[in-house]
Design a protein around this ligand. Structure first.
Ligand SMILES: [Zn+2]
Length: 351
């Protein structure tokens, strides 16, 4: 992998990741020629006294780009005809840059955009295994780099796919949030992990994986280094958790065998997701994200890196909305039994 770091006109960092597998070395020396003013980002972290969690108030985000026409896509490469985008070069493989409209900014974390391909009309599921591997390498590299920033506690690479999820740009891309605090879900997992250790003397992630493998009904895909299953108490209509078989706290600790097998496994899961609702349905909206251990939490060594992938679509043309019970109380009601969801995800396996 070759990494080239540059700066955009307003000072934001941009990094090209190239597989660099050809005889000609890739040169990335295009300069951002846009007359960009630095964005006045003002992000404030507020503490909720009742729940004990943190909310980022980011008022500058109201002005962000919203569903631009395809020929004005800010994530497509710039073209030699003079159309200038966020990416100065006229082509790229994988590129990462600081979000112009970050939710977290100004010494309170960092938000980055990850473009998976320069092909505007593709999706992650269309990528080759080699490209998916390059994306994984970029996630690993970003986790390492962001962990070095002052105040960053936790790194969350994720992808929102589909306008149903609130995606404002159609170009295939994901994001990385580097939080200056431990997120509520991770804090909850760390607490449960501790309690389980105290009660049983064992590791909760290991036990969950062993229980799912022994039961078998919710296993979606069992590879050599990864296991994908629908959790016993899935919150979402179709939800898959992907665990490496050898538990590690974060992407940095993932061994080469697991990294090498990941592209095939993950692409297969995404392709199955697009087939859940039948051949004539629009692409399945989904959220996919890496759960990693915070960098210096006490329970860090016990934490199990895993990916959670889920869709908010429950049946053709119908979405699961977070209504009263979920939004008001955080108590989920799921209409699709996890065993039925797993069965469906096995039925739509690639031949
Ligand atoms: Zn585009």
């Amino acid at each position: 992998m070759k990494k080239t770091t540059t700066r955009l006109a307003d000072g934001r960092e941009l990094i090209y990741y190239d597989a660099d597998d050809t005889a000609d070395p890739v040169v990335r020396d295009a300069v951002d020629r846009r007359p960009l003013e630095p964005v006045a980002t003002h992000s404030e972290l507020r503490h909720d006294p009742l729940l004990g969690d943190t909310v980022a108030i980011a008022s500058h985000r109201q002005g962000r780009t919203y569903h631009p026409p395809a020929d004005q896509c800010p994530l497509c490469p710039s073209d030699s005809g003079g159309r200038l985008s966020e990416i100065p070069d006229t082509d790229y493989e994988v590129v990462v840059f600081e979000n112009r409209f970050p939710s977290l900014a100004g010494g309170a974390g960092r938000c980055e955009v990850v473009c998976f391909t320069s092909d505007h009309d593709a999706s992650f599921a269309d990528l080759t295994e080699a490209r998916a591997r390059l994306v994984l390498d970029a996630w690993v590299d970003r986790t390492r780099e962001l962990s070095q920033l002052p105040g960053v506690v936790q790194v969350f690479p994720f992808e929102n796919r589909g306008k149903e999820i609130g995606v404002t740009l159609g170009h295939p891309h994901g994001q990385i949030y580097a939080y200056p605090f431990v997120t509520p879900r991770t804090a909850l997992m760390l607490r449960t992990l501790d309690e389980h250790r105290e009660r049983t003397g064992r590791n909760l992630f290991d036990d969950v994986l062993a229980d799912e493998a022994a039961d078998g009904r919710r296993i979606v895909l069992a590879a050599e280094h990864w296991t994908a299953f629908v959790p016993h108490a899935a919150h979402w209509p179709y939800e898959v958790h992907l665990f490496p078989r050898r538990r590690v706290p974060d992407l940095l600790a993932l061994d080469e065998d697991a990294r090498a097998e990941f592209p095939r496994v993950y692409l297969e899961l995404l392709r199955r997701f697009d087939r859940i609702f039948g051949p004539d349905q629009p692409p399945t909206p989904y959220i996919s994200g890496w759960h990693q251990a915070p960098f210096d939490a006490p329970g860090r060594r016990d934490f199990g890196l895993h990916l959670e992938l889920f869709t908010i679509r429950r049946t053709s043309g119908k979405l699961k909305y977070l209504a009263g019970s979920e939004s008001g109380m955080g108590a989920f009601i799921n209409d699709v039994p996890p065993e039925v969801a797993a069965q469906r995800l096995r039925e739509v396996a690639s031949q």
